[in-house]
Design a protein around this ligand. Sequence first.
Ligand code: NAP
Length: 340
Amino acid sequence: MPRLFLTGATGYIGGAVLTRLLAHPLQHTFDITILVRSEEKAATFNRIFGQKHNLSAVAGSYSDLDLLKKLASNSDVVFACADADDLPAAKAILDGLRDKHSSGGSPILVHTVCVLSDSADGMHSSQPVYSDLDIPQLETLPPSQPHRDVDRALVEADSEGYVKTFIILPSTIYGFASGPLVEAGLQNYRSQQIPRLVDVSLKRGQGGMVGKGKNVWGNVHIDDVANLYLRIFDLVAENSPPSDFAHGRAGFYFAEHGEHTLYQVGEAIAKILSGMGKGTSVPTTFTDEEIRLYFPNGTSLGSNSRCRAFRGINIGWKPAMNTQDMLYSIKAEVEAALSV
Ligand SMILES: NC(=O)c1ccc[n+]([C@@H]2O[C@H](COP(=O)([O-])OP(=O)(O)OC[C@H]3O[C@@H](n4cnc5c(N)ncnc54)[C@H](OP(=O)(O)O)[C@@H]3O)[C@@H](O)[C@H]2O)c1
């Protein structure tokens, strides 16, 4: 019985991955542990999904390093879908997996991060477009890139031989997560970037963007992201996986299926809002004051994040939704924001 451990189960990505694990054809063979940050949510998970799915929810957080290490040390596969930046937590999980290996296991870690950012401030797009098949190119990314320290810790652990690491790097994820966790009110069903732009646009009464919105991001639907995790999970057990099914140094999997400029997103929001009598259909640049007001901790919405998900495609991942779907999804995001 494979023992699976997942963090971020109440989140947009982690919940979508857990939803697929609960619907997996081999689900009856899994022993699933999740970490959630409140006793109340842990109790609800255990009540609804515990017995039915052989799931055990444990209350704790990424600050509980001893607990993380212990839970990882009991696991064959860890899905880390909570805070991608938390290096001590990533190290605690790796320590636990080292113990698992010492006791005869062959543990797997599937980790979520998001690298690639620049300081374009919406004024231009960027080159290069990173490919997940071009490992030397990825290795030129400076340590200052987001989450790079976590990536490096994982790759180093894999090279030591006690764990196989797979790093999934989603672009802008969009669409509503769905399934029993959302229905039970346990999972965040909305993403971050587009909902944030929608919220800000509603507050200022006009669709907008950073600078001229010429910066470019990849996009990917939440269902496609979750399917990539499951594709990797399924291949781990396969005797002769595709040749691009790599781990460790080469085990980087971008998740994208199309690109957009932030002008396109701002324009889609502006058109919807102007149809409701708010502002004009042409997006406007956020003023410096608005940036300070709405993004006090800074924002990646003016940066570029360009990549190609060749590795996932080569291992049989079949993303279904594209940039048109992303633009179409914005109407529902506006409706969701208005209904809160
Ligand atoms: N959404 C995107 O477009 C996207 C794209 C690329 C990468 N990412 C990265 O992927 C990660 C997950 O994103 P998401 O969209 O799923 O976010 P989310 O919906 O906010 O979910 C975050 C999950 O992590 C849990 N969590 C947060 N901090 C924690 C901590 N210190 N200890 C234990 N659990 C913690 C949250 O628990 P609570 O329910 O208790 O808050 C929640 O379950 C983030 O690091 C994000 O930056 C997101």
